[in-house]
Design a binder for this molecule. Structure first.
Ligand code: KIV
Length: 256
């Protein structure tokens, strides 16, 4: 099976229909997404909540990210694996950025990394690309900044905010990123950015006009106790299905 390359993802900008991507955090899920020919799998720092049970993406460490990245890479033959850089693994310095991104690629086995931010991390992205590490950008709502933004809200509602997000997206492209995630911005703004950039935009909670879409796997399959965010269509309630199976098993054992 042919491994999807960065160029393949860039080419998706020009495809007739939007492409679907998802997160994964373990071997089995990676195998399923790979078999379904999902071109890009993100090992998101949302693993902080979905896998490790923290309240936000802030606490997850490099070591915790590396464990899930390795498992996903073992289950992936074809899909391109992008690993999220955890909070404070790139913000302090360019040296930290290269060293930590290098670990996600070299030890973890991912083919690319994702960083949150625009103009203020342009030099970090540029340095990674210069050292041969492909970067997926991420602007709009940036969950690692949840304390600063006082919650998970739609970003870019005012003209001033929208202007800043456009500049951030341009900075990410200028720095050499191969694609960019647009999280929770108005569809009109996502449309402008998608038209202006030559790299693919991947939307989440940003309407239907991006080149591709991404969702958290657990939200789409209903694998958590809580309801998913409004923008995530839930195709099944696996949490309830599994609970039911476990209860039936328990009853069978008790009655045997
Ligand atoms: O961590 C994550 O899962 C993300 C998303 C874009 C879904 O960053």
């Amino acid at each position: 099976m042919k491994k999807i390359t960065i160029q393949d993802i860039k080419n998706l900008k020009h495809s007739d229909s939007p492409f679907a991507t998802l997160t994964a955090y373990d071997f089995l899920t990676a195998q399923i997404l790979d078999q379904a020919e999902i071109p890009l799998i993100l090992v998101g720092d949302s693993a902080s909540m979905t896998v490790y049970g923290y309240n936000t993406t802030i606490p997850i460490s490099m070591e915790e990210m590396l464990l899930v990245i390795k498992a996903v890479c073992r289950g992936t033959l074809s899909s391109l694996v992008v690993a999220d850089m955890p909070f404070l693994s790139y913000q302090p310095s360019i040296d930290d950025t290269i060293k930590n991104a290098g670990r996600l690629i070299k030890e973890g086995g991912a083919q690319a990394v994702k960083l949150e931010g625009g103009e203020h991390i342009k030099s970090n992205i540029r340095a990674l690309v210069k050292h041969g590490i492909p970067v997926l950008g991420h602007v709009g709502l940036m969950p690692q900044s949840v304390n600063q933004t006082s919650g998970y809200k739609l970003q870019g509602k005012t003209d001033k905010e929208a202007e800043k997000i456009i500049l951030d997206a341009q900075a990410v492209e200028d720095a050499g990123a191969f694609g960019i995630v647009l999280e929770c911005i108005p569809e009109t703004l996502a449309t402008i950015i998608t038209k202006e950039l030559s790299i693919p935009t991947i939307g989440i909670g940003s309407g239907n006009t991006c080149d591709g879409q991404i969702q958290v796997f657990h939200d789409v399959v209903g694998l958590s106790k809580n309801s998913p965010p409004k923008h995530a269509k839930q195709y099944s309630r696996l949490y309830d299905t599994i609970l039911d199976v476990v209860k039936k098993y328990q009853t069978d054992i008790k009655n045997s």
